[in-house]
Write a protein that binds this ligand. Structure first.
Ligand code: PMM
Length: 296
């Protein structure tokens, strides 16, 4: 498995897809809003996910569900920082899910090793410079605009090619701002300006995104397109918490496709699923596709 850099040896020696557990410190996320809004509960939830097999934890203070309004920067910091500190103090590898350079900087200062920016640096042009200076791993997700308008931006000629081309442009912009390519992970941004039908071709052609030469992260967990897939006879989408088995199935497919990391709410099933994918690849003579080393 080719890992981005820099990350601790405990992760870069793993020759399989990593599992990132989601810690949403929000009152309104689509699948678990409000459950972990209290910092102590959020930290306890993160520790539980580590015990269940999470390799790293992604702490976010701003919901990105379709239609969600922005959170004030001070409020986002107030939500995220105590949880990052608590989890880093407990020895976790922590990622911060934010579009704001100030929040990313404070989280990195508190020990976060990954900045996960769902806008890929588009929401705030100061983000790439901050990431270049901080030297941390940066997840650049495919994004076309804020959550309150993103559904209207879902117009593609060919969704796989368009997402690849737009991510390639982001990579160029990041490198131009001083970010080292080894720092960057790309992400198709499932569900972000992508209605149900557009998510499946992206999952089925992860090799096209991998062709950008960077590790790939996939966030399919509990998303709407899985709810629609699992709709009952009445046509009603399955609710978010009934999407975990399907999420784990996607994690196994991602692992078999050589994806670097899956971002999930229910860690236990995906921790098993990525091991299934690794065994499947190994039996094909393709263990981790490239040795358990980082690029540094
Ligand atoms: N999805 C959500 C939030 N952050 N980050 C990355 N890199 N990729 C994703 O697909 C992604 C993300 C939305 O899900 P949530 O509200 O459950 O956190």
């Amino acid at each position: 498995m080719r890992h981005p850099a820099p990350l601790p040896d405990a992760l870069t020696t793993l020759d399989r897809t990593l599992v990132m557990g989601v810690v949403n410190v929000t009152p309104d996320s689509f699948s678990d809003g409000g459950l972990w809004f209290d910092p102590d509960r959020a930290v306890a939830h993160g520790l539980e996910m580590l015990a269940q097999g999470a390799d790293l934890l992604d702490v976010g203070g701003e919901s990105t569900r379709p239609g969600a309004p922005r959170v004030e920067p001070d409020e986002e910091l107030r939500r995220v920082l105590p949880v990052v500190r608590g989890l880093v103090g407990a020895g976790a590898v922590v990622s911060v899910d934010t579009m704001r350079p100030a929040v990313a900087a404070a989280a990195v200062e508190a020990g976060a090793l990954v900045v996960n920016d769902v806008s890929g640096g588009l929401a705030d042009p100061a983000m790439p410079r901050l990431v270049a200076e901080a030297g941390v791993v940066y997840v650049a997700m495919h994004w076309r605009g804020p959550s309150d308008v993103m559904d209207s931006l879902a117009v593609y000629d060919d969704v796989v090619r368009d997402v690849r081309d737009e991510l390639a442009a982001r990579l160029d912009a990041l490198v131009a701002a001083g970010v080292r390519p080894e720092q960057v992970v790309v992400d198709p941004g499932l569900g972000f300006a992508k209605p149900g039908r557009d998510n499946w071709p992206l999952l089925a052609h992860l090799d096209v995104l991998a062709g950008l030469g960077r590790p790939v992260l996939v966030g399919a967990s509990r998303k709407r397109f899985l709810g629609h897939l699992l709709a009952g006879p009445d046509g009603e989408p399955a609710p978010p918490t009934a999407r975990d088995a399907a999420t784990a199935a996607v994690s196994a497919l991602c692992a078999a496709a050589g994806v670097w990391c899956v971002r999930v709410h229910d860690v236990r099933a995906s921790a098993d699923a990525v091991r299934v994918g690794a065994a499947w690849l190994a039996a094909r003579g393709e263990p981790g596709r490239g040795g358990g080393r980082s690029e540094e």
